[in-house]
Design a protein around this ligand. Structure first.
Ligand SMILES: Nc1ncnc2c1ncn2[C@@H]1O[C@H](COP(=O)(O)OP(=O)(O)OP(=O)(O)O)[C@@H](O)[C@H]1O
Ligand SMILES: [Mg+2]
Length: 507
């Protein structure tokens, strides 16, 4: 929803007798911008409250943040009205105010744990549903008590749009005038704003100021810096890991079938495809044997298409207490949407949405799964989903049905040619001349090895070689290894039997 649409949505809610509106965000400046825009049009008074400041009339314009009719002449800060800092006093006070108004209560949810405050709040809300005043609660991380949630309506403040980010960059540049040199072409500005997408306005200001101040310049080089910073910010938020295209060096051996598919699916993102009313590709699922490069394939796709890669950490989705997981998941998807076109990688999807959870978590993973399926079906943004899975039995069958994903690929243990390719990749990565190795012998000795096991043999052989100051004895190392295909033969055969007849080979 664009900013303008959010404003309209908010106005409609206020006019249609919604006494309690909740905005789950810590970005108070955006709440303020939205309410200011909405209420100026509607000509309604706005008051704001925080436990630290008490209740005060909101400033007439966001530029005069602290000036209001209660401020003394020339004073910068507003003054609280009466004795209103305590939640209960506040609620009793606004119950007495007879004209129509909007009361923005910052971080109010935790106070509603007190039964007296909660009851008083409900009484105010009931009164407001008759006289069309509205309580707006902002804040994050505290669910409302159910009896209050019942009367509340939630407004999602999406992450800032390019225009807003552009505005924030402009603000920083103006604020730093004289102290930094700005050398950005229009294309670079565009790229900078793109790199900022997915961050909040305050993060944007910090990141851009930092990039500019640290060498006194804001130029094309800072785009990369902003991207790296964004990766960290997103990681700290806790749900997604971000891999900018520039830092993605994944190299995948084999997978010729998948690579061919990707080459033509890429056409689906072009304007020509739109002319023919062809939809953009939705995503693929890669199932297969452990250590055979499923995760690596996800990275390779991002690299091949030169798109940012976002990895959804399923484990962390469940980390927090359960009520939060749905919201976390939606937030992750919202973030991905602001960064489109991008690749959303859901590693080991059976762990976040599989059936194993459904008993233990009161249906949460089912709900998440339902939400995900709907989103996958209806999403219009250019987000390509790459899901990976090991354990077919834990995947809900709905996910495997035709039409959910564009294609489901099965990854088997690598064949001879693929093993050679994989060995080459890993030897070259360790700065080895290939002439020193008898590749055909190594290839035939590694029948049944996964890519991960091939890599591990290369690494261990080189550890030993360094330790003993002699050339690497790769063949010996290989002979020492007992691959999973031996120790878990039956599991692998079962997976193969199901997958081979139903899915396309990645090979
Ligand atoms: N086809 C391949 N080409 C190059 N390297 C590979 C290949 N397959 C596996 N590897 C190496 O093995 C490592 C592990 O592979 P990866 O994590 O992608 O396997 P996976 O199929 O996701 O396994 P898991 O099921 O355990 O998650 C990779 O980081 C890579 O170094
Ligand atoms: Mg993996």
């Amino acid at each position: 929803m664009s900013f303008k649409a959010s404003v309209q949505h908010f106005q409609t809610l206020v006019m249609s007798f919604h006494p309690v509106i909740v905005m789950e965000t810590v970005e108070e400046e955006r709440v303020q911008a939205l309410m200011h825009r909405a209420c100026t049009d509607m000509q309604i008074a706005v008051f704001e409250w925080s436990i630290a400041q008490g209740l005060m009339r909101s400033p007439e314009s966001p530029e005069n943040r602290w000036q209001n009719e209660y401020a003394p002449p020339g004073g910068k800060r507003g003054q609280a009205i009466g004795k209103t800092a305590e939640p209960l006093d506040l609620l009793r006070h606004i119950q007495e105010i007879s004209f129509k108004a909007i009361y923005w209560l910052k971080d109010f949810a935790p106070h509603l744990k007190d039964p007296l405050v909660a009851r008083q709040f409900r009484e105010v809300a009931q009164q407001f549903s008759l006289n069309r005043s509205t309580l707006v609660i902002s804040g994050s991380g505290h669910p409302l008590p159910p009896e209050i949630a019942h009367d509340a309506v939630y407004v999602d403040l999406k992450l800032p749009e390019p225009e807003e980010l552009y505005g924030a960059v402009g603000e920083v540049v103006r604020a730093l005038k004289g102290r930094v040199k700005v050398e950005l072409t229009p294309e670079e500005i565009h790229a900078l704003v793109k790199a900022l997408q997915g961050m909040t306005l305050s993060q944007t200001r910090k990141v851009v100021s930092y990039a500019a101040l640290h060498d006194g310049k804001l130029n094309g080089e800072d785009i990369q810096r902003v991207q790296e910073r964004k990766a960290r910010v997103i990681h700290e938020e806790g749900l997604l890991d971000y891999f900018p295209p520039e830092t993605n060096l994944a190299q995948l051996g084999g997978f010729e079938g998948l690579k061919r598919w990707l080459a033509y699916a890429k056409i689906g993102f072009t304007p020509q495809a739109r002319q023919y009313n062809l939809p953009a590709p939705k995503g693929i699922l890669i199932v297969g044997i452990q250590g055979c490069g499923k995760s690596l394939a996800a990275k390779t796709i991002a690299r091949q298409w030169n798109l940012p890669l976002l990895k959804l950490d399923a484990g962390r989705l469940y980390d927090k207490y359960i009520g939060e997981s749905d919201k976390n998941f939606r937030r992750a998807i919202t973030l991905a949407e602001t960064m489109a076109p991008c690749i959303l990688w859901i590693d080991e999807i059976e762990k976040s949405m599989g059936q194993s959870h459904s008993e233990a978590d009161g249906g949460l993973s089912r709900r998440l799964f339902g939400y995900f399926l709907t989103w996958l079906q209806e999403k219009s943004q250019e987000i390509f989903v790459v899901a990976t899975a090991n354990d077919l039995s834990a995947i809900p069958p709905e996910l495997l049905r035709k039409g959910r994903f564009d294609e489901i690929f099965f990854v088997d243990l690598p064949e001879a040619g693929e093993r050679e390719h994989i060995l080459r990749i890993h030897l070259l990565r360790r700065n080895q001349g290939l002439d020193a190795y008898d590749l055909p012998t190594l290839v035939s000795a590694t029948e049944g090895f996964s890519g991960a096991e091939l890599e591990q043999a290369v690494i261990t052989a080189h550890y030993r070689a360094l330790y003993e100051s002699r050339p690497a004895l790769l063949l010996e190392e290989i002979k020492r290894t007992v691959p999973l295909s031996v120790t878990r033969r039956e599991d692998i055969q079962r997976l193969r039997a199901i997958a081979q007849e139903r899915f396309v080979s990645a090979r």
